[in-house]
Design a protein around this ligand. Structure first.
Ligand SMILES: O=P(O)(O)OC[C@H]1O[C@@H](O)[C@H](O)[C@@H](O)[C@@H]1O
Length: 258
């Protein structure tokens, strides 16, 4: 069990063989493997050199602490105002600390955000963990746990109600607010397993697949890669989280295999 630090990324290794990799750029999780099987989609066109966000944030986080406790491998990453550009400081002039904790066990991966308002002014923020799952074929994927819930359809710009599981046969960009379910399952297709997203402290879910035209329009995403991914993103985006001076907020997701 170990956490090793390279110049641009942190690697977590569990005694079971499970592993995870987090780039400091945006504290972006780029790999989660169990039994040598990858579960995170990373575009072959992703730029990992800092010239562009890795489809995530564009600030470089600092590695904070790492530890191995019982069956868990834990790495923490931090961001504060001294680490963001003057340009971004002007847009968002508040004092805060953000600690992102990645915890790997033999069969789960937890990502947790802790935000503290360290300034004297209140601020509002949104957050979304954009998890890109690697899937064998998006045509057979079913996202379960959102049936009968209302969502904002960003493709049609209309509010709609989900009927049954979500399937993908075109561009999908659905924003579900205040999901009561703590668990959303992504089934890959008959006999192909899947992944469960457990929510704690976050209530909104975005399901996204760019399909053909959007894929072609993204320079850091291959034209055909939409077949092999689906984003199921946990966070708080429908409403702002308000933090008074001295206040703090925590939200996490736990991924496990089905
Ligand atoms: O490119 P990113 O930052 O990973 O975002 C991808 C998608 O993420 C989703 O959350 C949005 O609803 C989409 O509109 C967006 O395109």
């Amino acid at each position: 069990m170990s956490v090793s630090q390279q110049s641009d990324k942190t690697i977590l290794i569990h005694s079971s063989g499970a592993s995870a990799e987090v780039y400091l750029l945006g504290a972006t999780l780029t790999s989660w493997k169990t039994n040598n099987k990858e579960h995170i989609f990373l575009s072959e066109k992703s730029l990992l050199d800092g010239s562009k966000p890795i489809r995530g944030g564009n600030s470089r986080f600092a590695p904070l602490t790492s530890s191995v406790i019982e069956n868990k491998v834990i790495a923490k990453f931090g961001l504060d105002p001294t680490m963001i550009s003057d340009e971004h400081r002007k847009l968002w002039p508040f004092n805060f600390t953000l600690v992102y904790t990645v915890t790997l066990t033999a069969d789960t991966l937890e990502t947790k955000l802790h935000v503290q308002n360290t300034g004297d002014k209140a601020f509002d923020f949104n957050t979304l963990m954009h998890t890109y799952f690697l899937v064998p074929n998006v045509a057979t994927v079913k996202v379960h746990g959102l049936d009968q819930l209302g969502y904002m359809d960003k493709v049609t710009q209309q509010n709609a109600k989900q009927e049954g599981d979500i399937t993908v046969g075109g561009e999908v960009d659905k924003v579900f607010a205040d999901v009561a379910n703590d668990d959303i399952q992504v089934h890959f297709g008959a006999g192909q397993g899947g992944v469960q997203v457990h929510l704690d402290g976050v209530r909104d879910i975005v399901v996204w697949n760019p399909w053909v035209d959007k894929s072609v329009g993204m320079s850091d995403f291959g034209d055909d890669e939409y077949h092999r991914m689906i984003c199921v993103e946990a966070g708080q985006v429908a409403r702002f989280i308000s933090l008074a001076s001295g206040g703090s907020w925590e939200g996490r997701q736990v991924l496990s295999l089905l």
